[in-house]
Design a binder for this molecule. Structure first.
Ligand code: GLC
Length: 648
């Protein structure tokens, strides 16, 4: 529209002014006054408002898209997801000063073995705190100092630095349920005349006798250790003329975790170690943290038998209300200590229970985060009876964890530790290989108990002091009398004489050794398909389990394990002939010998053998309707909602 002559007569400050119309464009060269006149017209005001609104809306939309994308994007994998957790029993790993006791500097001297030979990034140490060692360090007398035979706090700092320099992480054992009876808190708590008694008197669980004397036990609660019939969990204290509660040995009084001061002390201890640089905690015996205030008797499993820990349902002594709030508060603390880039503080919890829901609860809920994972002992719970190690039962065990695990959580698999007979002793060498083969190829974090990787076995000695000593003997580094654990020394526990054959040095040079199998699998599992890919449990028979690891755009692998020691097995996979080609290539075998191509549709697996077979897929198992409920992928750690793999 071209303005008419009259349009350019405007009033400015009460004076009418004639303005020169300029004709070389519709509004070109208009003076400010004229522009203002037009711009105030309703139609222009509207147009302008609409445009401004559009710009603001577009910015908001873009912003929310960015926020949404960040929110749904998969997180980079954390350290506990990319490496197995290698458990070191400090007394038995390596002794640097030849006093017969393993120590921190001994551990430092073996980091190349862990990091370079085994590709391990995460190490968990059983307790190294000062302790009278009634329960091998699980009776802590000072959470802020190191047991002198293990070394000094300076050694500990060096260990943390050495590990971090190698890109490795350190998990400490955290013992919140009880202290040693030699802890200064217990000393003050148990002595009414102690100058600090007032401050510490409620740090432990003190209960009056029912008859005023040491015979008036408060109830029938029994202690886990020594675990015989009639081992009351109550110990009489003459000074206070009261009983104190101990879920474990009497030298391990339970802390009163209903006391806020105690909770604060524990958080301060965690903070102390995180300030020192530790990367997380394995939290000990959490189920025992609270006891019912009602002090009701636990029901007996068998009324005709005397009370014992094994013969009672721990209805009033384990997994009581309130336990999860405590764990969640630790998670909050760990989060505060995870704010620096690249720093993440990890938590795993030790809870044994037959009820899977009770275990899973330690993952936390959608609203209340707790552990990164509760330790998964299902494979240990299977027991030692060879008939329990059927393909069907292993499948049921794997599915039990995976199907009950809350969405987006991370699985883990433990097959041995310092409280259980060693894997090879329980299952024999070949089946132990099969079991490690399983945990190293499933999705999730495998645990490796020191020496498991070379096939160490239990050794029962005559002068055994703890019933778990057989699985805690010195690491077998070589075939010398003291196994290279120490030199010219007497190890604190006798060396298993089978170190002649079973030792790291020999295993390193033997291409078919258990160690070589571990090395192969640890290498393989650093591939993205194993780290983040789908796990689809494809089929099982009485003898074998077959599962697949797959992921968009990466190599697919079939894992087939026959646990039976008698005969080979054939697993029918013809139902998947659109996905599986005729044959695939064996890329790892538990016997370190079997190789070549293998027919896949009727898959043959030798007795007590595990195979990883790579194949050119014709599709994805996780997209098959028939696989519903059998495929698992913690989505957040794999691909984002638009199907892109997060590269970290
Ligand atoms: C945990 C430890 C075990 C210890 C007990 C008491 O179960 O693994 O070794 O004896 O707690 O602290």
């Amino acid at each position: 529209m071209t303005p008419s002559t009259s349009d350019v007569t405007v009033e400015v400050n009460g004076n009418r002014m004639e303005m020169e119309p300029i004709h070389d464009g519709p509004y070109a060269g208009m003076p400010k006054e004229v522009l203002l006149k037009y711009s105030r017209q309703k139609k222009f005001v509207w147009a302008r408002n609409i445009l401004t609104a559009c710009v603001i809306l577009t910015i908001l939309a873009l912003l929310s898209m960015v926020i949404a994308l960040i929110a749904v994007s998969p997180a980079c994998q954390k350290f506990f997801q990319t490496s197995p957790i290698y458990q070191i029993y400090p007394k038995s790993f390596a002794d640097s000063n030849n006093d017969g006791m393993g120590d921190i500097n001994g551990i430092r001297s073996k980091l190349a073995y862990l990091g370079d030979d085994l590709n391990i990034e995460t190490v968990w140490l059983n307790p190294v705190y000062d302790s009278p060692q009634i329960d091998n360090g699980y009776d802590v007398s000072d959470y802020r100092s190191i047991w002198p035979l293990f070394g000094t706090m300076a050694d500990m700092e060096e260990l943390i630095t050495d590990l971090h320099d190698r890109g490795m992480k350190l998990i400490m054992d955290f013992v919140p349920n009880h202290t040693s009876d030699q802890h200064k808190w217990f000393n003050a708590s148990s002595h009414p005349n102690h100058t600090d008694h007032e401050q510490y008197k409620d740090y432990y669980i003190w209960v009056d006798s029912t008859n005023g004397t040491s015979t008036g036990l408060p109830n029938n609660w029994q202690s886990v250790f020594p675990g015989n019939a009639n081992s009351p969990a109550w110990e009489w204290n003459e000074n206070r003329e009261q009983f104190y509660y101990h879920a474990f040995y009497k030298e391990q009084p339970d802390l009163n975790l209903r006391n806020d001061q105690v909770l604060q002390e524990l958080e301060d201890i965690m903070a102390y170690w995180m300030d020192m640089g530790v990367d997380g905690f394995r939290c000990d015996a959490l189920a025992f943290m609270l006891e019912s205030k009602s002090l009701r008797d636990n029901p007996l499993k068998d009324d005709t038998q005397p009370p014992s820990y094994e013969n009672m349902y721990p209805d009033y002594t384990e997994n009581q209300n309130g336990v999860h709030e405590i764990v969640a508060s630790w998670r909050n603390l760990l989060k505060k200590y995870s704010s620096e880039p690249g720093v993440y503080r990890f938590m795993e919890t030790e809870v044994y229970n037959e009820d899977i829901d009770i275990i899973m609860r330690y993952y936390g809920t959608e609203w209340q985060e707790e552990a990164d994972f509760p330790m998964n002992f299902l494979l240990i719970d299977i027991g030692n009876d060879p008939s329990s190690w059927s393909g069907k039962n292993i499948e049921a065990t794997v599915l039990k964890w995976m199907q009950n695990m809350p969405q987006s959580k991370w699985p883990n698999w433990v097959v041995g530790n310092h409280d259980n007979s060693r894997l090879v002793t329980r299952l024999g060498e070949k089946r132990a290989r099969c079991t490690s083969f399983l945990t190293l190829t499933l999705s999730g974090t495998p645990g490796i108990y020191y020496g498991e990787e070379i096939g160490m076995t239990d050794y029962s000695m005559s002068d055994q002091t703890d019933f778990r000593d057989p699985e805690r003997t010195p690491m077998q580094w070589d075939d010398t009398a003291t196994a290279g654990f120490c030199y010219n020394c007497t190890p604190w526990l006798a060396v298993n004489p089978n170190n002649n054959d079973i030792n790291v040095e020999a295993a390193k040079t033997e291409p078919t050794s258990m160690l070589s199998m571990y090395q192969d699998l640890l290498q393989l599992r650093s591939e993205v398909t194993f780290l983040r890919g789908w796990l689809c449990v494809v089929n099982s028979t009485q003898r074998s389990i077959v599962f697949v690891r797959e992921m968009t755009g990466t190599q697919s692998y079939l894992v087939a394990i026959n646990f039976d020691d008698g005969s080979s097995d054939t697993v029918d996979l013809t139902a998947f002939d659109t996905i599986l080609p005729e044959s695939g290539e064996i890329v790892a075998a538990s016997d370190m010998t079997t190789s070549g191509n293998r027919q896949l549709r009727n898959l043959q697996i030798e007795a007590e053998t595990g195979l990883v077979i790579s194949f050119k897929r014709g599709g994805y198992f996780n997209q098959e309707a028939s696989m519903s409920g059998r495929c698992f992928n913690p989505r957040k750690v794999c691909v984002n909602v638009i199907g892109l793999l997060e590269v970290c």
